[in-house]
Design a binder for this molecule. Structure first.
Ligand code: ZN
Length: 125
């Protein structure tokens, strides 16, 4: 069974426990390895991301620890191919969310229409 690495676990600090459980379970069953790049975000960093065009909202779920971003690592190397992100969401996150009873609360950036955000996963109340 494969698990998130130590850096990923550090990046999950301050994140909603349900979202942490989801990420861990998804990682264990994912056909494509992935790691966590970001979880809880400071207001200062969010302002920077908006200013540099990397985010469009100052009300990001990251600010409350209700969102994570992951990076696909097929063959141990970073991939930004959206196909890989879709595979990870559909073959790992969705089944994991179902097993944890979280299906109705998880929103995936890969399905957003205006700006697709492949790495982004957030949890709603
Ligand atoms: Zn995000």
């Amino acid at each position: 069974m494969t698990k998130l690495n130590a850096t990923s676990l550090t990046r999950l600090r301050g994140v909603d426990p349900n979202l942490i459980a989801l990420a861990k379970k998804a990682r264990e069953i994912s056909p494509i390895p992935f790691e966590i790049t970001e979880g809880l975000r400071t207001a200062e960093r969010q302002r920077y991301l908006v200013k540099t065009g990397k985010s469009r909202t100052l009300k990001s779920y990251h600010l409350r620890g209700k969102a994570i971003d992951f990076v696909a690592m097929p063959s141990g190397k970073v991939s930004w191919d959206l196909k890989d992100y879709k595979t990870i969401v559909e073959k790992a996150f969705k089944p994991a969310a179902k097993a944890l009873g979280l299906s109705d609360r998880i929103v995936y950036g890969i399905y957003w229409k205006s700006i697709v955000d492949g790495p982004h996963v957030e949890i709603h109340d």
